[in-house]
Ligand binder design. Sequence first.
Ligand SMILES: Nc1nc2c(c(=O)[nH]1)N[C@H]1C(S)=C(S)[C@@H](COP(=O)(O)OP(=O)(O)OC[C@H]3O[C@@H](n4cnc5c(=O)[nH]c(N)nc54)[C@H](O)[C@@H]3O)O[C@H]1N2
Ligand SMILES: Nc1nc2c(c(=O)[nH]1)N[C@H]1C(S)=C(S)[C@@H](COP(=O)(O)OP(=O)(O)OC[C@H]3O[C@@H](n4cnc5c(=O)[nH]c(N)nc54)[C@H](O)[C@@H]3O)O[C@H]1N2
Ligand code: SF4
Ligand SMILES: [Mo]
Length: 746
Amino acid sequence: MSKEDYIAVGRGKPFQEKRGDITITRTTAWSAPGCHNGCGVLLHTDKDGNLIKVEGDPDAPFNEGRLCLRCLAMPQTLNDPKRQLYPMKRAREDRGKDKWERISWEEAIDTIVENFLSIKKKYGAETVMFNQGTGRDITYYQTYMASAFGSPNVLGWQPGESCYLPRITGMAATVGGFFLADYSQQFVDRYNNPEWVVPKTFVVWGANFLVSNSDGNMGYWTLELMKRGSKLIVIDPKITWLSSRAEVVLRVRPGTDGALAMGMVNYLIENDLYDHDFVDKWCSGFEQLAERAKEYPLDKVAEICCLSEADIIRSVRMIAESKPTSMQWGLPMDCNNDEAVPAAFAVQCVFILTGNIDNPGGCIMPVDIQTYEGPGFSTELLTEEMRSKKLGIDKYKLYKYGSTAGSPDATLETLETGLPYKMHGAWIQSCNALTCCGADPDRLYNAMKDLDFIVMVDPYMTPTAMALADIHLPVCFFPERNGIALTTGAQRAAVMTKVCEPKGESRSDPWICYNVGKRLSPEAWPWENVEDMFSQFIEVTGYTFDELTNNAPIYPPFEYYKYEKGMLRPDGQPGFNTATGQIELYSTMFEFMDLDPLPYYEEPVPSPISTPDLFEKYPLILITGTRRFSFFHSEHRTVPLLRNVCQDPEIELHPEDAAAFGVAQGEWVWVRNYLGRAKRRVIVTKETLKGTVTTDHAWWYPEGDPDDWYGVREVNINNLLPFTCGKSGFGTNFKANLCTITKVEG
Ligand SMILES: Nc1nc2c(c(=O)[nH]1)N[C@H]1C(S)=C(S)[C@@H](COP(=O)(O)OP(=O)(O)OC[C@H]3O[C@@H](n4cnc5c(=O)[nH]c(N)nc54)[C@H](O)[C@@H]3O)O[C@H]1N2
Ligand SMILES: Nc1nc2c(c(=O)[nH]1)N[C@H]1C(S)=C(S)[C@@H](COP(=O)(O)OP(=O)(O)OC[C@H]3O[C@@H](n4cnc5c(=O)[nH]c(N)nc54)[C@H](O)[C@@H]3O)O[C@H]1N2
Ligand code: SF4
Ligand SMILES: [Mo]
């Protein structure tokens, strides 16, 4: 594809204009602080270069002028007195204590380079691991930096890489790519595009978009579909705003979505409701899938999922008979079961069998700039020998063939056992492991605490930094830096434009990776500055960074039914990018990796059924990680405008459960189970399914005592979650665990 093929929303118009003393810059929000989306924003700065207002850009097709609380609060966030402004160091023996000393960037980089190069020389580059958290633009630069250094061990700390990767892996196996709901987001004229069709039926499968705006999906898009006539099916144990307006609500028992999907597959096949043309022409493995699905008659499924058979039938019929049907799923698919991949596989089969793949108003396969014409900022620099040292690839083969990420579970074991080799260093960037993504934080802390050298790169001094780091590098916020925004499922490239000077000596992640990376492995970083690096990064589009600034966002052209036109396979043949060229309902990829080639249901562990003894002691099903409008994970608790919306960690109980446990609205309780406990304030609400509690995650008190790691140990709900994953290595149980509740006395 060449430059002219992209549709430039900015059309070369200047990206800045003056209104009196105010400068207004048309740009993109992303990170820091964190988010998945990259909305179009108009940043207003005064004559002294202070950010005074953030407005949604009405011309940005992605968000059409909408913004959420966190971007609106950005002027206050920039002036947050709790930000880290200078590089800091601490003596190794003082880890865990608030004994930091300010240093220069020069000293910080010298110290890092000296330590990492010495570890590399003594023990090998693979003994330094590179940790990252959720969806920010560090992914490319950090992975590149690690690969240039020679380490294949780049990973997040969420067990089973259980955010999106299980779903992505499932899609790679079946359709050989990636699909998401067709909200018209791929068109710059959105709902007015003549090719786009409103989905008649829309399935919200375990997602709460109105709060989470998750994974490149704006919550209000679902409302736009509803305004245009889409009827909703919501699969969620909790009553959300969307389920209160849905046609059918399936309040599924947490962790049983795989069974529900297999029941739907069986019903579609037995009642001849599937799309014969599509299946005959484009799918392989139908017979085997049909045979497997027979194990899931609806009476059995209804019992497993605690649903009525009639409601399931109504949903399947809507999906099959009111086409096009679209589906967008959420995080619970990845982390309500240690083994997440088979359920993700099963859910997809429902939409594949009904022919809702890459059709208008169905599930579209995006033309992703990053994926299809990748710029090489990944693991390309690793030699085969280095790749073979990636931790966990023998145990979890999907990490060998299917993912650039490393296995957190295997890495944790290595840290604990020293096998197959001892680890020595860590570079932790945008990852609050002991507060947010890491399960069983005590275990994780004990595994990491004796590493020789640890660097933390974060805008804040977090509990993880306080517990573990030797050097802390301060990161600036998006209005203070340049960058390229290629966000999740984005199908567009945009820029982040610097409109104010970074506070103190904070710097951007690309700047930090570039400056440290260049010293660690100079030959890999030939660029004069980060903007040159950005130009190389987007070279495939034909734009330089400066050109993109005036033209952004740019969209690749989009076509439906790419599989018919030979647009999905590298060989240009019609079909899908799988080994057989067809959608694989029986996955040859899984077979090759010694995994079950067909979807199936596995009961979560623990659960009322798999562990009745534990259920007797811990009789409530525990869903963790309820998103709050004002926080992105562990962030934003220092910003008054946002913290005022939500002061403390909360747990939601059904009124009958609250009565049974003798707790009332606003009271403090300990949530406890076999592994640990965490403090919460009670909210009594009928939105929560009886017998199930829901609670938020990632709590700490930045206003608290740094020597006590800001109180994280008292409020971290992950104290109750074991660090585990299933056979495939993808998935964990954050959303279907067990607990009990006791009052906090005194
Ligand atoms: N119990 C429970 N735990 C969960 C979840 C759940 O549902 N339940 N959800 C899980 C999920 S899905 C995810 S993705 C993980 C997320 O886990 P993390 O990625 O660890 O979470 P965050 O708090 O968003 O970010 C980590 C750190 O990055 C810093 N940061 C923000 N922006 C930037 C940036 O641009 N650069 C740098 N260098 N640092 C930045 C923040 O200050 C923060 O300290 O949490 C998981 N944890
Ligand atoms: N404001 C804010 N937005 C965020 C984040 C944040 O921290 N704050 N985090 C971001 C990240 S990294 C992610 S991954 C996304 C996650 O955002 P989503 O993908 O929307 O997922 P969740 O909000 O975890 O859960 C969505 C719904 O699933 C339901 N649910 C729980 N367990 C089950 C189950 O077993 N089955 C089914 N079917 N439903 C279940 C819950 O009741 C909830 O209503 O949000 C992103 N957006
Ligand atoms: S989703 Fe919210 S926080 Fe993220 S860029 Fe858009 S407005 Fe900002
Ligand atoms: Mo996530």
